[in-house]
Ligand binder design. Structure first.
Ligand code: ZN
Length: 616
């Protein structure tokens, strides 16, 4: 169908007609909203500032429909996966044409998977054109609850205050990682390094490239015993953290780090970073362009409908037959929408020794991955998982090949002694990828492929000891506990602490890794934040990961009882629940038993800040 110029290409989806319709099916239209300006009822003519404009017609974009509920409130509908109307979780859209200080409530009303991490305190991410680093919307602004107005469906509501008129704001479920970014990364990775080889393994249904990257030292060297590790990622497009993990692994493997050098000597890594490029491009949650879940299709592959899986399976079969460099391990990287931490789905074997061997790599991962969750790790032979890569491949490849799904939370991980979930940042996902490389080093040392001394150079150690014999005896060094690498406790505290609570320690690291030397209560940085709309900012309770330090102020040095933006639900007030309405600081599943249509007032305050959003 050809569209004449100037016509809305989504007109045929009847998106707008449906938006005005009363009998909503809560599934949005077939396409994404395309610069959809929301005008108040009865308004005609040129749109004014504050008639906000929604758009999701970009790579990985997803927003199917918007309903204007009141001056402040909008119902947003996730566009279902193409040809997969039941799948609705990934969202990613922009908003512009806002007024400074405009406050809104967005309700995402058609999430298909009610059991998700919003129940555990996850909040959407936001950035704007002048502040391009993703920030999490503070938890006190986000609610996930069963809504009587939406047929008792779970609804994600969050409030937001726009602060800069000319900015374009973007909201998303988790850090996006697009098809273009994937190609750009591979261009960078493979163009100048001799240890990489890049090939196009297959084309998707919509003619996008599925690339295969081989990372090893000298492919021509046939003398050294080597094994092959295959890593697959992004079979589910909405699980973008798996792309960050995969990139972290690849970047580490090509680096000059001694562990990477040793691994390249003994292991051939075959990495397919994006198995479902169409789904990623389209902004789907789990499906291909044809609405297929590729990780349920491995046991029923069709050349025509699953070209990427077909090519991957052929590759694996060829690698499996190679006696010189045998295939040893297949990792399939995923992100989980309902569990925290890092964990593994593996297989069970009747042979107890085989099963023991299968559990070695996950045990090493438990030692090296921050936030590994043993309780979420599962080994099974479920029938309903027969079409997954790890189940299918373990039954068709040679017996010694281990296949796993590695899952990382879309939100965060738990840490001993801290009750809250610590959110992952993009850097946290990269770090997990680097730690996967360490796991392989330990694994292949344990299994005898890599000599035990490497890469620690034991000969150097002996030399040092022999030198010490000629020195004066020293006091033995006190035993110290080895602590894991940087975890930014203080910054994380800022996320969740009430303002009066002191910092956990006098010295701490910022999210960007800079050591902060300030004593508690002395203030950290300048107090002259430009603030929103030119206001001087006096307090920052929330700071985003990686936000510049100038924005941060000591939590303990604060004016008391500062007025704040507060949202009061009048329907709650009629029930005599003022305290109830104003004390909901925790992200809980909130039931709203409201008889009338939602009626929410926003009481504004003078306080404002440099952060992308104003606080409640
Ligand atoms: Zn998945």
């Amino acid at each position: 169908m050809a569209f004449s110029e100037g016509r809305d290409p989504l007109e045929h989806t009847s998106l707008y007609q449906r938006a005005e319709s009363e009998d909503s099916d809560a599934e949005g239209g077939l396409g994404n909203v395309n610069k959809l300006i929301m005008r108040p009822p009865g308004h005609s003519g040129k749109a004014k500032k504050g008639h906000i404009c929604f758009d999701a017609t970009f790579e990985t974009g997803n927003l199917g429909r918007v309903d204007l509920i009141s001056e402040f409130e909008y119902d947003l509908f996730i566009r279902p996966d193409t040809c997969g109307p039941r799948l609705r979780l990934w969202f990613n859209f922009t908003v512009d044409n806002v007024k400074a200080d405009q406050r809104v409530i967005f309700n995402i009303v058609n999430i298909s998977k009610s059991e998700n991490l919003f129940r555990h305190g996850m909040t959407p991410l936001v950035k704007s054109s002048t502040r391009p680093k993703w920030q999490r919307i503070p938890r006190e602004q986000v609610f996930y609850y069963k809504s009587a107005q939406h047929q008792n469906h779970y609804v994600l509501s969050f409030s937001f205050a726009f602060d800069r008129e000319d900015d374009v704001y973007q909201f998303t479920l988790t850090y996006p990682y697009s098809y273009t970014r994937y190609l750009g990364h591979l261009d960078n990775l493979c163009s100048r390094l001799s240890c990489t080889k890049r090939e196009t393994l297959a084309e998707s249904m919509q003619k996008r490239n599925v690339e295969l990257v081989t990372i090893t030292s000298d492919l021509e060297d046939t003398e050294r015993p080597r094994k092959v590790v295959v890593v697959l990622a992004r079979v589910h497009p909405g699980e973008s953290p798996s792309s960050f993990v995969c990139q972290g692994l690849m970047d580490f493997l090509v680096s000059a780090h001694p562990i990477a050098q040793i691994l390249r000597e003994y292991v051939i890594f075959k990495i397919i970073p994006m198995l479902n490029p169409d789904g990623v491009f389209l902004g789907n949650y789990r499906s291909t362009a044809m609405g297929l879940d590729l990780n349920r299709s491995w046991n029923n592959i069709s050349t025509w409908i699953h070209p990427t899986l077909h090519a991957t399976r052929s590759l694996l079969q060829i690698l499996d037959k190679d006696a010189q460099t045998p295939l040893d391990c297949v990792l399939d990287l995923h992100a989980h929408s309902n569990a925290t931490g890092v964990f593994v789905y593996g297989n069970t074997y009747d042979d107890v020794y085989r099963y023991e061997r299968h559990t070695v790599l996950p045990k090493l991962l438990a030692q090296h991955a921050e936030g590994y969750e043993l309780l979420n790790t599962q080994y099974n032979q479920d029938h309903n998982k027969a079409g997954t890569a790890r189940r299918y491949l373990c039954s068709t490849l040679k017996d010694q090949v281990n296949c796993y799904s590695i899952e990382v939370s879309m939100y965060g991980y738990k840490r001993k002694g801290i009750s809250d979930v610590l959110p992952y940042t993009e850097e946290g996902y990269y770090r997990l990828g680097r730690n996967l490389a360490r796991v392989f080093l330990e694994y292949y040392k344990l299994t005898g492929l890599i000599p035990l001394g490497l890469p620690d150079q034991p000969s150097n150690r002996r030399t040092r000891q022999s030198r010490q014999r000629h020195r004066l005896p020293r006091e033995p060094r006190p035993r110290t506990v080895r602590t894991p690498a940087t975890l930014h406790l203080a910054s994380i505290y800022e996320y969740f602490q009430e303002e009066a609570e002191p910092l956990p320690s006098a010295r701490y690291r910022s999210m960007s890794g800079t050591r902060m030397g300030q004593q508690p209560g002395t203030g950290i940085a300048s107090e002259t934040g430009t603030g929103v709309g030119g206001c001087r900012s006096r307090s920052y309770r929330f700071r985003s990961p990686g936000a510049p330090l100038e924005r941060v102020q000591a939590l303990t040095k604060r004016p008391a009882a500062e007025p704040r933006l507060t949202i009061i639900d009048f329907n709650q007030l009629t029930k005599g629940g003022l305290d109830l309405a104003t004390s909901k600081n925790k992200p809980t599943v909130l039931r709203r038993n409201i008889k009338s249509r939602r009626c929410v007032a926003i009481v504004s305050s003078r306080s404002c800040e440099e952060n992308i959003f104003s606080k409640l």
